[in-house]
Design a binder for this molecule. Structure first.
Ligand SMILES: Cc1cc2nc3c(=O)[nH]c(=O)nc-3n(C[C@H](O)[C@H](O)[C@H](O)COP(=O)(O)OP(=O)(O)OC[C@H]3O[C@@H](n4cnc5c(N)ncnc54)[C@H](O)[C@@H]3O)c2cc1C
Ligand code: FES
Length: 262
C-alpha cells in the first residue's frame, strides 16, 4: 500500500497578522500548487492538519484560523521557524467562463483569493462577495479590491451589506448572469447557498472540508457520498454535490463519529 510522502521542512519567511484570530504564514517551496489545493502541514511535536494554499506564486502561503492546538501552534510560529509540508493535494478549482462570481465566508477566502488572482491574469472578470461576522474579521479585502469587483457583507452590518454573504450573493445573481459560481465557507452556508444556485440552474464549484488524516486517499476518513474529499475534491461541482447525502447534515470526527451540522 502507498504511504504518505515524507514532509518537506520549510522555513517561514513572513508572518502576517490578518486579524486577532487569523495569521498568514509565507514560505518558499518549489512544487507548483493550484488554487483550491491544500497542504498537509506538520508542526513538529504537535500535529498535522490540512490547510489551503492561500498564495500560489514562488512564495507560497497558508492562512490559518486559530481554533485548537494545531492552529494555535501555527500561530506561535515566527519568521525563521520550520514547518513540514506534504502535497499539494486535491483537485483544484477550474476557471470556466468570462465573468464569474466568488463567494467566501470567513477564513475560507484563503482558497478563493489566489483563484481570483489567476482569473484576473487570464482576463476573466471576477465579482467577489466577501463575508465575515464583522469588519475586523474580513480577510484579504485589500488584496481583492484591485483585482475584483468587491462586495462585502458582515453579520453585524459594520461594513457593507448587513447580513449573510450568501444573501448578498443572491442579490448579485438576481441582477446578472455568471458563468460559474465558486464558493468556500462553513458547510451550513454552502448547503443553503447550494439550494439557491440549484433553483437558479447555475454551474458551481464549491470547496468542501472533511476530517483528514492521510490527505491522499488511503484512510477513508474524509469520505462523502461516493467521494473522498482529499482525492476527488476538495472542489466539487453541482453534479457531484447532488450525490452526497451527508452534505449539510453531518461530518465525522477523528474517531469516525457523526457530528450533526444542524
Ligand atoms: C481541505 C481543507 C482545507 C482547509 N484549509 C484551511 C485553511 O486554509 N485555513 C484554516 O484555518 N483551516 C483550514 N482547514 C481546517 C483546518 O484543517 C482545521 O481547522 C485544523 O485542522 C484544526 O486543527 P486544530 O488542532 O487547531 O483544532 P482541533 O481542536 O484539533 O479541531 C477543531 C476542529 O477542526 C477540525 N479539524 C481538526 N483536525 C482536522 C483535520 N485533520 N482535518 C480536517 N478538519 C480538522 C474539526 O472540525 C475539529 O472539530 C482546512 C480543512 C480542510 C479539510
Ligand atoms: S484523508 Fe485519508 S482518505 Fe482522505
Amino acid at each position: 500500500m502507498r504511504s504518505p510522502e515524507p514532509f518537506r521542512m520549510t522555513r517561514i519567511t513572513e508572518v502576517i497578522e490578518e486579524n486577532s484570530l487569523v495569521k498568514t504564514l509565507r514560505f518558499r517551496d518549489d512544487v507548483p500548487v493550484e488554487p483550491g489545493q491544500f497542504y498537509m502541514v506538520w508542526v513538529p511535536g504537535i500535529d498535522e492538519m490540512p490547510m489551503s494554499a492561500s498564495y500560489v506564486g514562488d512564495e507560497k502561503g497558508i492562512t490559518v484560523h486559530r481554533i485548537g492546538k494545531g492552529t494555535e501552534a501555527l500561530h506561535r510560529m515566527k519568521v525563521g521557524d520550520m514547518i513540514g509540508i506534504r502535497g499539494p493535494y486535491g483537485r483544484p478549482y477550474s476557471l470556466e467562463g468570462k465573468r464569474v462570481l466568488m463567494v467566501a465566508g470567513g477564513t475560507a477566502v484563503a482558497s478563493l483569493a489566489p483563484l481570483a488572482e489567476q482569473a484576473r491574469e487570464n482576463g476573466i472578470e471576477v465579482v467577489f462577495a466577501l463575508g465575515a461576522k464583522n469588519r475586523e474579521k474580513l480577510v484579504f479585502q485589500e488584496r481583492l479590491k484591485d483585482i475584483a469587483e468587491l462586495h462585502m457583507a458582515t453579520d453585524d452590518g459594520s461594513v457593507g451589506y448587513h447580513g449573510f454573504v450568501t444573501n448578498l450573493a443572491k442579490t448579485l445573481m438576481d441582477k446578472e448572469d455568471f458563468d460559474t459560481v465558486y464558493a468556500c465557507g462553513p458547510e451550513i452556508m454552502l448547503y443553503n447557498f447550494f439550494k439557491t444556485t440549484r433553483e437558479m440552474g447555475l454551474k458551481v464549484q464549491f470547496s468542501l472540508e472533511r476530517y483528514m488524516k492521510c490527505g491522499i486517499g488511503l484512510c477513508g476518513s474524509c469520505a462523502i457520498g461516493p467521494y473522498l474529499v482529499c482525492r476527488d475534491g476538495p472542489v466539487f461541482t453541482e453534479k457531484e454535490i447532488e450525490k452526497m447525502p451527508e452534505f449539510g447534515r453531518y461530518m465525522r470526527d477523528a474517531a469516525g463519529r457523526k457530528m450533526w451540522l444542524k
